[in-house]
Ligand binder design. Structure first.
Ligand SMILES: [Zn+2]
Length: 560
């Protein structure tokens, strides 16, 4: 549907009727809106430049937009000098890791994000018959993650919380493979393939907004290209994306992009390349080739886009430094192989090669450990930490994995700032956090996380719009809202127009900024002043209300 530019001057028929009414009736209906945000510069989320307009919301829905909206609100917000935009959508979020432990999603709301899209990297909370998926374990996920038998059960649990933010979910093929095939590196049998496909179809029927893979993580990585094409076929008729953390993001990045394109073409579905990057200094020059292949696929008719977080370090499990073949069979088999005489040497050599790609052990920071005995490691660079302890860095890495049963998170500094800006500015690029949800206190204060979980969205608006001028404000807002919504079938989200959902963020373009850093990640951003979720104020004057009005979101057209 085309973004209604006319929507800006349009009001609802109710508002028009009210305006035409006799004075007595107008008096009786003076508090006609739940909320009116007045005097701000309104961005529609579809890429149009800002215009002076009020935004009125009632019953959780935008009811009028225009200059001097008629009728008072029960609550009125003065937004003069501020930008008013659709609530941001985090198209690749790990906010589900702590969602059930702390449904406030504090660091998410405080960035102006009103919808998180979870179930990423092949790892979703459903379907599951087990409390923790192997994919979650290998990712080094440190939060408390619920697991649910079906997407329907997950969404029901989300609505029962309820959360502060809206939650949409992909269904993860790593989760499904773990459930049906297990942890082994082998092809699926025909029967297993049928079972997996039925689980994908069931999840999409329940309202999953796409299919995700994490092809650098076990056991999802053990799927062949043909298996992935087969499991993505149910996406075709729905126009929902195959979202992939590709098989490689450094030395064989280009081959991985080709594979992702081949899978989407084979399945005839849209493609979303997750957190696109050129990792490792020796691969930075590949950006032209990488973007060229994506542009060529687009020109040839593939519905393709990508997302990226605004930082030059990534976060993953420490196991990611190790060859994926070593993870065959799961965590215990992996830990045994690390020290077994017939495998230890080969794994060590492959891992040292990967570390060389990243330009050394000090590119790797420990971000979280499961075992309290290693708490001192959090926030330390592996090279420096090993030197301090008088140990070999590889031996230290192995010891950490053993003491933490592989559950060690890392932040890895391996990307180019220039390339980051090219990805952000690219017309097919949108913005994600790839981060979890955190809080300064409570159960969601955990580990020493990548700052992206607390700063991504304000960082785009502050650093990359205001300071480096990499993006215009309207283009950035489009990438943070409407562009993302359009990929996921969330027709009433990501835009400001009468009839759209009442998800709004008001921020000060002159001061909006991230404050979380790699050294001190636990800091909320500045300049995000008001956040409204489904018509209810979640953040006001930068202060949190107790409101938790988020809910599970299904793509338009999915009815239960
Ligand atoms: Zn990923």
């Amino acid at each position: 549907m085309s973004p209604s530019r006319r929507g800006f001057i349009a009001t609802t028929s109710a508002a028009i009727a009210a305006a035409a009414c006799a004075p007595a009736l107008r008096l009786a209906s003076r508090k006609k809106h739940d909320l009116v945000i007045r005097g701000g510069t309104m961005f529609d989320g579809m890429g149009a430049p800002g215009v002076d307009a009020d935004v009125a919301i009632s019953n959780g829905v935008v009811t009028a937009i225009g200059r001097d909206v008629e009728g008072a609100g029960r609550d009125e917000i003065d937004a003069r000098g501020k930008a008013v935009a659709p609530g941001f959508i985090d198209v690749h979020s790990h906010g589900d890791e702590s969602l059930f432990a702390d449904p406030r999603s504090e660091s998410v709301i405080r960035q102006g994000v009103t919808t998180i899209v979870v179930g990423q990297d092949g790892d979703s909370r459903a379907p599951s018959r087990r409390p923790v998926t192997a994919a979650g374990l290998v990712r080094g996920a440190l939060g408390t993650s619920g697991a649910f038998e079906s997407m329907h059960e997950l969404f029901r649990a989300v609505n029962n919380l309820p959360p502060s933010v809206n939650v949409a979910s992909m269904v993860g093929l790593g989760t499904i493979r773990g459930l049906v095939v297990g942890e082994d590196a082998r092809p699926a049998t025909a029967g297993e393939l049928r079972q997996m496909r039925a689980l994908v179809e069931g999840a999409l029927a329940d309202g999953a907004c796409g299919v995700s893979t994490g092809l650098e993580y076990a056991p999802g990585s053990f799927a062949s290209r043909d298996e992935l094409i087969d499991l993505c076929r149910p996406l075709a008729g729905r126009g929902l994306p195959y979202a992939t953390h590709m098989r490689n993001e450094d030395d064989t990045l280009i081959e991985a992009i080709d594979e992702a394109i081949a899978i989407a073409r084979g399945a005839r579905c849209p493609l979303q390349i997750s957190h696109l990057k050129t990792s490792g200094p020796r691969n930075w020059h590949k950006i032209g080739d990488a973007l060229g292949r994506i542009e060529a696929a687009k020109a040839a008719g593939l519905d393709v886009a990508f997302d990226r977080y605004p930082y030059v370090a990534y976060q993953t499990g420490l196991t990611n430094l190790f060859p994926i073949s070593a993870l065959d069979g799961g965590a215990d088999a992996f830990l045994a192989r690390l020290v077994a005489p017939d495998t230890a040497g080969r794994i060590r050599a492959a891992t040292l090669g990967k570390v060389e790609t990243l330009a050394g052990w000090n590119s790797v920071m420990i971000s979280g450990v499961a075992n309290p005995v290693d708490r001192d490691a959090e926030g330390q660079r592996l090279g420096d930490y090993a030197a301090k302890l008088g140990q070999d860095p590889y031996d230290l890495a192995v010891a950490l994995l053993q003491r933490n049963h592989t559950d060690v998170g890392t932040v890895v500094f391996a990307m180019s700032e220039d390339n980051l800006q090219r990805f952000l500015a690219h017309p097919l690029g949108m913005v994600c956090s790839d981060g979890g949800a955190f809080a300064l206190e409570g159960p969601a204060r955990r580990g020493h996380p990548h700052p992206r979980g607390l700063g991504s969205f304000p960082r785009v608006l502050g650093r990359y719009v205001r300071e480096t001028k990499t993006l215009s404000l309207e283009s950035a807002i489009h990438k943070l809202s409407g562009f993302a919504a359009s990929r996921l079938g969330l027709a009433d989200r990501g835009r400001l127009a009468p009839g759209a959902a009442g998800d709004v963020v008001v921020f000060d373009p002159a001061t909006v900024a991230d404050r979380a850093t790699f050294a001190e990640p636990f800091q909320y951003p500045a300049g995000i002043e008001l956040v409204v979720v489904n018509g209810s104020i979640a953040l006001r004057d930068g202060q949190r209300s107790g409101s938790r009005r988020g809910r599970a979101l299904r793509p338009s057209g999915v009815t239960l």
